[in-house]
Design a protein around this ligand. Structure first.
Ligand code: SAH
Ligand code: SF4
Ligand code: F3S
Length: 420
């Protein structure tokens, strides 16, 4: 048994954390194990956003216990609520807070060299072969949306130093990375001394070389006109805005503690489209929040039709311990109705997404080619739409290169095109 093996659940934040955990091991000369069974260290990076995500950890533990008997060390980190940490404690050799990952080697007594960073996000991440890299700029959250665990699992929001972020990105670009995605729970509330999110974007845009710049996730209450103008003027920023709305009903938004109204939300997307007609707008919606009536749901469906989103991540409400919604409201929308509402919204999305994508047929767009199999290249347009390109020997394309592509076909979730 040797090496480490990572099991990553949850969002891009956890994926970025995985790169940092890997680098702690490799810094100490411990390599990635070929497979789970050969690993000396098995690390689960947990997500607690929905109960189903937590259930996956409990499911995984059953597979891991035989390995533990054979000598593997089981480690749990990531986003975890206290009550789950207490319940899971007996199965793991170490439960460690994500912010303490910089001390992981010391805790496991594998210290070769000392890693000196104040903030774990400043650890130099291990990067794979991918041409797209997620760069965390902040972590934690102070918004306390009533349904959400993140402020409890990741704690208070903090922003990384702009200097370190720029240094990391310059290194990545030098390494050949062509798509930088800034991540945080609420990227647009970023603030490091005098550098706010707008000035950070401008600084990154000023880095020489050819690359795409994206960022997720934005909170509508912090999405200023200034930010939209920065998106328009900075040439490297792809016109993609992920702006979670959560519900189309002002009454529900209030109970969710979201701090904006639907008319304010619509105003943002109207302005974004006026400034950037090619903008790709996606959102998150929760169906079946406590007390959500048929009327509230109809407002969400109406908003979806009006907003014509390109993508919507639709979640059924899941009550989460420690949150305000869990303490105050009964989860009174039945699983059947939640599922019905999710299906209705998915049908609306299919139509609007297909209509939006169909308008792109015939256009020539910048595309970054990220992967290939024997038949197709797969990539993203500059405004972050998924696309595939049939491999054609007469017009060869290169992976990891920004290429002009003519759009030939459209489906709700993807485009097809050919090199021009
Ligand atoms: N910080 C981001 C995303 C946080 S979690 C933001 O504010 O947008 C990602 C998504 O999971 C949320 O946008 C929400 O739609 C969903 N989510 C969070 N808590 C949930 C819960 N208790 N039940 C169902 N969906 C939830
Ligand atoms: Fe959760 Fe709201 Fe913070 Fe997003 S903004 S992480 S939904 S509390
Ligand atoms: Fe992400 Fe899940 Fe944590 S969505 S921030 S990994 S709770």
């Amino acid at each position: 048994m040797s090496g480490y093996y990572l099991i990553v659940y949850g969002c891009q934040m956890n994926k970025a954390d995985a790169g940092r955990i890997a680098s702690v091991f490799e810094f100490n000369k411990i390599k990635q194990a070929e497979n789970l069974k050969e690993a000396r260290y098995v690390i689960i990076i947990a997500c607690s956003v929905r109960q189903s995500a937590v259930n996956r950890i409990y499911g995984q533990v059953k597979n891991l216990l035989p390995l533990k008997k054979m000598g593997a060390k089981l480690i749990l980190t990531g986003c975890l609520l206290k009550k789950d940490a207490v319940k899971l404690n007996k199965f793991f050799d170490l439960i460690i807070k994500i912010d303490d990952i910089k001390d992981l080697a010391k805790k496991l007594k594998i210290v070769g060299k000392k890693t000196i960073t104040k903030n774990y996000l400043d650890l130099k991440p291990k990067i794979g072969k991918s041409t797209t890299v997620y760069v965390p700029i902040s972590s934690g959250c102070n918004n306390f949306c009533s349904y959400c665990v993140v402020p409890y699992t990741r704690g208070q929001e903090y922003s990384r130093s702009a200097k370190f972020i720029i240094k990391e990105i310059k290194g990545l670009i030098k390494h050949g990375v062509k798509n930088i995605i800034l991540i945080g729970q609420n990227v647009n509330s970023y603030k490091d001394k005098k550098t706010d999110f707008n000035s950070l974007l401008k600084k990154i845009n000023g880095i020489k070389d050819d690359f795409f710049l994206h960022f997720i996730t934005n909170h509508p209450k912090d999405t200023s006109f200034e930010l939209l103008k920065t998106m328009k003027t900075c040439k490297k920023i792809g016109h993609y805005l992920h702006l979670p709305v959560q519900s189309g009903s002002n009454r529900i938004l209030k109970l969710m503690n979201r701090h904006y109204t639907i008319s304010e939300y619509k105003q943002i997307i109207k302005r974004a489209r006026l400034l950037m007609p090619d903008i790709n707008i996606s959102t998150d919606i929760i169906v079946g929040f406590p007390t959500e009536t048929e009327q509230d749901f109809k407002l969400t469906a109406a908003l979806m039709k009006e907003a014509r989103f390109d993508m919507v991540y639709i979640a059924e409400y899941s009550p989460r311990g420690q949150t305000i919604a869990y303490a105050k409201f009964k989860d009174n929308v039945s699983p059947k109705i939640k599922a019905q509402r999710r299906i209705i919204l998915t049908e609306i999305l299919k139509k609007t997404a297909l209509k939006n994508n169909s308008k792109l047929i015939g256009k020539n767009l910048d595309v970054l080619l990220e992967k290939q199999n024997k038949d197709y290249f797969y990539g993203r347009t500059k405004n972050f739409k998924k696309i595939r390109i049939k491999i054609n020997d007469e017009r060869p394309c290169r992976l990891n290169k920004i290429t002009k592509i003519k759009i030939t076909k459209a489906a709700p979730w993807a485009l097809e095109g050919k090199p021009i």
